[in-house]
Design a binder for this molecule. Sequence first.
Ligand code: BTN
Length: 269
Amino acid sequence: MNEAPCPHRLSAESLSAGPTTRRIGRRIVVLPEVDSTNAYALTRLAEPGDRPDGACIFAEYQTAGRGRLGRRWQTPRGAGLILTALLIERSDATSISRWMMASALAVAEAVGAATDVEPTIRWPNDLYVRDRKLGGILIESRPWPAGRAVAIGIGVNCYQQPGHFPPELRDRATSLDIESSAAVDRTRVARAVLERLDHYLADRNEPSDAVLARRWGEHSADLGARAVLTEKGHTYRGRILDVHPISGLLLALDTGARRCFDPSTTART
Ligand code: BTN
């Protein structure tokens, strides 16, 4: 993949500056290169005594970036926002659907606040501008004493030009630089992401599931839209009735039945 220009390097100092967050970004690590920030967060950051809850790892480049459903996530060096926020959660805490909705909403709002680009959320984890993918989120977890360590991995295309995407993605991917009419400041986007992640993830009960679902709906074109979903080898077609932090996506199937889908086990085409 071609290299893309990188006008603003990330640093822990510049990311920590400004308004303080309660939970997300209490510790910030910026690496020039790593296999995957999710893998690093779940192994190297999650050491007892390391204050892992809320820790965030950023990287300029990933050698083995991971996407959902076993796919790869590739970004030219310095061209993207690549980060993982690590949460230590009690085992009875929040569902994957709430983490997914909260983090997608946080990134959509952050991009809207830090640039003139307004992405829409496509369930479960994609950020789109027009009909092109701008970013995605991969949530992975592992057992932790009396709970789980949860890695919220976020990738946002920032400085790529069309030629930086592989040919098969060129018509389906975009970046902030392509979409924006102004210069994109990746540090500004990153700080906004930390602030919005903190807003949605610092407290399990705030905002309420109802408020989260309403705001998510305001940033997505999915409600009422047709969808084709695959789960455990079966394909389901229908219209999206609801997306909820606990029950997941509710689809009115073309057969007349209704069915809920969990984001961690469902693929969307
Ligand atoms: C997807 O759309 O399939 C999800 C992409 C998630 C990519 C991010 S980049 C930071 C974090 N580390 C990874 O290896 N993956 C996620």
